[in-house]
Design a protein around this ligand. Structure first.
Ligand SMILES: *[C@@H]1O[C@H](CO)[C@@H](O)[C@H](O)[C@H]1NC(C)=O
Length: 222
């Protein structure tokens, strides 16, 4: 005869053991084969509503945004081309997106965070230093060459720096249809409206002039 306390204990244990099975590492699973996003829809609930299935065609499932090299003629020497739900509506609800990163020699994809996705990537051309920092403030990095792969856990700060002689090309895959990108320098120094200057001088233990100088580089009004 099982006592009530033991019964409750066994129930709790069962729930605890099952818990990991119910966690999801990416976007929620879809409840249909596809849900090509209707980007013009006026409502949105954690994604986009589906375009009527009868108006979906083969072309909805193909994307040619990666065929062209990104233009790296900018201060960072880098160009990011992203295939997320906003530009490739067939990704809606499927929990996946991809990116193309072009880096000029010395080019940097600056420190940034994807709040909704883990990123996996592969070097297609060149030599790249991949680095990320854990929440325990440990920096992990490695120089990768063609064919080598990396992973950056969801939500962690990371960057990609071209350390080779020529240009570099990386393709990345992310487990969200809209991974989001928090580019730390832009977020801190070029938000709209601006973060109060006192917050930045205190956070960085820097004087007003230093903060104004950094802000001006990001096109923000001092
Ligand atoms: C690349 O971008 C630069 C700066 O915006 C521009 O002057 C140049 O024409 C662009 N090159 C191409 C091939 O689009």
């Amino acid at each position: 005869m099982i006592s009530l306390a033991l019964f409750h204990f066994l129930c709790s244990l069962t729930v605890l053991l099952l818990l990991p099975l119910h966690t999801s590492a990416g976007d929620p699973d879809p409840m249909q084969d596809f849900c090509v996003a209707d980007l013009q829809a006026h409502t949105s609930v954690n994604g986009y509503p589906c375009k009527p299935a009868k108006s979906v065609t083969a072309n909805d499932f193909f994307f040619d945004g990666f065929t062209k090299e990104g233009n790296t003629s900018n201060n960072l020497g880098s160009a990011l081309t992203i295939a997320n739900v906003n530009v490739f509506p067939a990704l809606n609800t499927l929990g996946v997106a991809m990116g193309r990163v072009d880096l000029a020699p010395g080019g940097l994809n600056p420190p940034h965070i994807h709040p909704r996705a883990t990123e996996a990537g592969i070097i297609i051309e060149g030599k790249v230093l991949i680095g990320f920092v854990t929440t325990a403030n440990v920096f992990h990095s490695k120089e990768l060459s063609v064919g080598q792969m990396f992973v950056v856990p969801k939500g962690l700060l990371h960057f990609q720096l071209n350390v080779g002689q020529g240009k570099a090309l990386i393709y990345t895959a992310l487990n969200s249809h809209l991974p989001g990108s928090v580019i730390v320098s832009n977020t801190l120094f070029a938000s709209s409206p601006a973060i109060p200057e006192h917050v930045l001088t205190k956070a960085f233990q820097a004087d007003k002039h230093t903060i104004d100088t950094i802000r001006s580089k990001f096109g923000a009004k001092a």
